[in-house]
Each structure stands twice: as structure tokens, then as C-alpha cells.
Design a protein around this ligand. Structure first.
Ligand SMILES: [Fe+2]
Length: 306
């Protein structure tokens, strides 16, 4: 039985000194991860969204990371993240005035910009008897035409030829703690992060049903920047680490917010995962605000490159 490897990386958030904000440490961390991934020489690389710091605003960030990924010596497959397109649709304004949640809702225009750079928003293919599928689950509840296309694709996966295994990648996590946890309240400061990180009901159950119908056994998400593994109804849910920066380090006893990526070794029906920590974490300083600043808080006069 031959052994082969694929790698999943997420939340690399490569930015630009042409922007109103820039964290060179995050770019350097991606260079480190990229070197380590090339040394592993996987059959393919899965990139689980948030390729860019602000690709949702800047085409030049999408184009730069695309050119960088195109130089890799193996195929790669990407899904959008919210920093590349826009956020999961907020039903209400959240509790933080510096963040205008309703205007951060993902739009068709953002999705089409991403697709024109990277190709289809959802895809599925088989490599060496393993099916890989990827999509932008945060479209659920948006009411956008792309949401209808997403559901049609997702619920059609069951009709595709079966493989030995089926690995699904998504950006937002399907749930935080439990599949049956209730929706979190965006207006409550103590629940905002939970709301921000996961897919809401009723979409969550509909996705889980589609995963089961399609024979998915592995679901890998990003967005949270803290790795954790849960098994639910025969499906292994991996919350992936980030390479840019840690989040939610104290959220779970069994969570690990260390920076790195995940190596998956496949042998027959078996897939073994290994967390690969970054060999070096950059401390380089940058400029500009974090989070999701309002347009008037984006000061391009401080950009390092004009
Ligand atoms: Fe994200």
C-alpha cells in the first residue's frame, strides 16, 4: 500500500505594505510555513480560506497570494475566507461600535472577485481514491445567488462517485462545542466571538445532513486559529491552526492555538494527521488597526508603500 501526503493550511492572511494596515510578521510566518510545506513535498495543498489580510477590499492582495501559490511545486486548492470576500451574514449589528457588522456581510461582488482570481467557489475532485471537496459555508443565510449554487452543489455531492475517503474543507467551523448547541447571540458581547466563528442553525443541520449523505468522514475548518478535534456521528472535525496569529487560546482545555499547519498521511483507508508547528515565529512589527475597522478608520496615508 503506497503512502502519500496532503497538507492543509489556513488563515495565512498575507497582507501588503500598500494597505492601511500591514503585519509583516504574518507574511514572514507564511514564508516559513511555505518552506516547511515544500520540504514535505505533499501531493497537494488545501488552503482553507483567509489567504489574505484584506482581499475583501484589495484585488492586489488576492492577485499577490495567487501568484505566490502558483509558484508552488505541487497543486493547491483554495476556498474563500471572510478576509478574502466578506463575513457570514449578520442578522443585527453586534455590540462593538468600531465594527459595522451589517456592512461586513459578504456580497456577490466580493465572491465574484475571488472567483475571477482563484476559480470556482466550490469544487470536488478525487485524488488517489480520496475525494476532496471545498466550499464557502458562510454563504448560508446570505440569500445571495451564490448561496443557492452552494446548496445545489453541496446536496449534489451524494450523487458523485464514492471514494475510499471524503475530506471536506470549509472556513467557518460547523459548531464551537457541540453540533446541537443553540445559535449564539451576535448582540451579546460574551457570545459575539462564538457567533462570529460558527455556522448557525438551521444551516448547520442541513450541512451535516449533506456531509453524511456524501459520505464525508473528515471536515477541516479554519477561521478560529485554534486547533481542536471532535468526532461526531462518524465524522472527524478538525479545527485547524493558523499561521498568522493565535486566537481563542483559552477557549478549550483541549484546544491549542500554536501556529502551524496540518500534515495528513494517507495509506489505504487510513488518514493520519500531524500538527506541524512553525519552525520560526516572526516578531516583526507593523502598523494599522486590527479587527474589522470601519472605512473611515482605514488610513492609507500611513502605508509603507504608496
Ligand atoms: Fe476567517
Amino acid at each position: 500500500m503506497s503512502l502519500w501526503t496532503f497538507v492543509h493550511v489556513a488563515d495565512i492572511q498575507v497582507g501588503s505594505p500598500r494597505s492601511f494596515r500591514f503585519a509583516p510578521a504574518w507574511n514572514e510566518n507564511w514564508r516559513t510555513a511555505r518552506r516547511q510545506i515544500i520540504a514535505i513535498n505533499p501531493d497537494l495543498l488545501l488552503v482553507g480560506g483567509d489567504l489574505t489580510r484584506d482581499g475583501s477590499i484589495h484585488d492586489f492582495e488576492l492577485e499577490a497570494v495567487k501568484a505566490d501559490l502558483d509558484e508552488l511545486p505541487f497543486p493547491y486548492h483554495v476556498i474563500p475566507g471572510n478576509m478574502d470576500t466578506g463575513n457570514k451574514h449578520a442578522p443585527d449589528q453586534g455590540p462593538f461600535p468600531e465594527r459595522d457588522d451589517l456592512t461586513l456581510n459578504v456580497t456577490s461582488e466580493q465572491l465574484q472577485r475571488f472567483a475571477s482570481c482563484f476559480g470556482p467557489l466550490q469544487w470536488s475532485f478525487v485524488h488517489k481514491e480520496v475525494r476532496f471537496s471545498g466550499f464557502y459555508a458562510a454563504l448560508a443565510g446570505s440569500g445571495l445567488p451564490e448561496e443557492r449554487q452552494m446548496w445545489k452543489w453541496l446536496e449534489g455531492l451524494k450523487d458523485l462517485p464514492r471514494a475510499r475517503r471524503h475530506v471536506m474543507i470549509m472556513h467557518y467551523a460547523l459548531f464551537a462545542d457541540r453540533l446541537d448547541e443553540p445559535n449564539f447571540d451576535i448582540t451579546g458581547p460574551e457570545q459575539y466571538a462564538d457567533w462570529y466563528f460558527v455556522i448557525d442553525h438551521p444551516h448547520r443541520d442541513r450541512m451535516m445532513d449533506a456531509f453524511k449523505a456524501a459520505g464525508c468522514d473528515t471536515v477541516i475548518s479554519g477561521h478560529i486559529h485554534c486547533r481542536k478535534t471532535d468526532a461526531v456521528d462518524g465524522i472527524c472535525f478538525y479545527k485547524a491552526p493558523a499561521t498568522c496569529m493565535s486566537q481563542w487560546a483559552d477557549r478549550w482545555d483541549d484546544g491549542d492555538a500554536s501556529l502551524g499547519f496540518t500534515r495528513f498521511d494517507v495509506c489505504g483507508d487510513e488518514i493520519e494527521s500531524t500538527f506541524i508547528p512553525l519552525e520560526r515565529i516572526s516578531q516583526a512589527g507593523g502598523y494599522g488597526p486590527g479587527g474589522h475597522p470601519r472605512p473611515e478608520a482605514r488610513d492609507y496615508s500611513i502605508a509603507w508603500e504608496k
